[in-house]
Design a protein around this ligand. Structure first.
Ligand SMILES: [Zn+2]
Length: 314
């Protein structure tokens, strides 16, 4: 909720409603290096390197149709989606895409992304590319919150631990189908600015965990919309997050919305981009009314604004 001091220009704030329009392949400028995987297959990433908390889009293109393809990143299987046919000069192209999340606390260094698959006709494809993860240089801020959120009593402590475990279990589940469709949308209508992703926080003098979401200060009661199509998998009050909703978008992708004054969704609801999930409030560990919006991809906590940049804005 404080000023943004992130050193990466444009990474920490985003004006809602801006016509970004960076959907899919538009990101792949001809200048970006492509790995030649043999058999007429090329692999590209939306960027050759990434700071902590970044979302990358992988794009693999073949001259022949795919039988199967999957990736491996961060010791997890990465599902690819899509099969589009486009005319590329005299040849047709068959493309598939995947999202790679670089967790907010991923140690800086070089990491391998591998892809293996098979083309119709039987040729196998094995490809690898390296991604350099750079330090995020996130600012630190001091905040004052209610004492119970920094020094919880044993009962509150036990509740918080149990809830953290449940959230981990949710994010660990990968729904094998892609539930989303088309570009993502911002969760608030109007000109609200999001910031604070990755900030290291000192709460009442105690170092806290890094901030895994984007905060949008907004008047209490402002409707909060689902960013994309999916299924509600959590809708309840949590100790730290207050009234919270999690939407599963499939393929290991989840969005998280919290501190609502009231929740307008329930577990099992099928939502579309724009469905109202609740209203902005100040429940849980907060300094004032705002929406906290998180994006998790295969367990990696990434900047939710990257979801809009990489997957497009409706
Ligand atoms: Zn927050």
């Amino acid at each position: 909720m404080m000023g943004c001091r992130d050193r990466i220009p444009g990474r920490c704030s985003f004006r809602l409603g801006a016509p970004i329009g960076l959907a899919g392949s538009l990101l792949f400028a001809a200048t970006l290096r492509a790995e030649d995987c043999g058999n007429g297959v090329a692999l590209r990433l939306s960027a050759p390197d990434a700071v902590q908390g970044t979302l990358l889009l992988a794009h693999i293109r073949s001259e022949k149709p795919w039988s199967e393809v999957s990736g491996r990143w961060n010791d997890r299987d990465v599902p690819f989606w899509g099969e589009s046919e486009k005319e590329h000069g005299p040849s047709r192209a068959y493309t598939r895409q995947a999202l790679l999340g670089v967790d907010l606390e991923r140690a800086p260094g070089k990491y391998e992304f591998t892809v293996s698959g098979q083309l119709q006709g039987g040729q196998s494809v094995n490809c690898r590319t390296m991604v350099e993860v750079k330090e995020g240089h996130f600012a630190t801020e001091n905040l004052t919150v209610k004492k119970q959120f920094v020094e919880p009593n044993p009962e509150q402590q036990a509740r918080a631990v149990a809830e953290t475990k449940r959230l981990r279990e949710i994010y660990d589940r990968v729904t094998p189908e892609r539930l989303w469709d088309g570009p993502f949308r911002a969760p608030l209508d109007g000109e609200f600015k999001g910031s604070n992703f990755g900030k290291r926080r000192v709460l009442n003098g105690h170092p806290g965990t890094p901030h895994g979401g984007v905060d949008f200060p907004a008047p209490a009661g402002t409707p909060v919309h689902a960013a994309q199509k999916g299924r509600v998998v959590l809708a309840e009050e949590l100790f730290f997050s207050g009234n919270s909703v999690i939407v599963d978008h499939g393929l290991g992708i989840y969005t998280f919305y919290c501190h609502f004054s009231e929740i307008d969704a329930k577990v099992g609801d099928e939502v579309v981009a724009g469905t109202v999930l609740g209203k902005v409030g100040a429940t849980g560990r907060v300094t004032g009314p705002h929406l906290h919006w998180g994006l998790t991809v295969e367990r990696a906590r990434v900047n939710a604004l990257d979801g809009l940049r990489v997957l497009g804005v409706s």
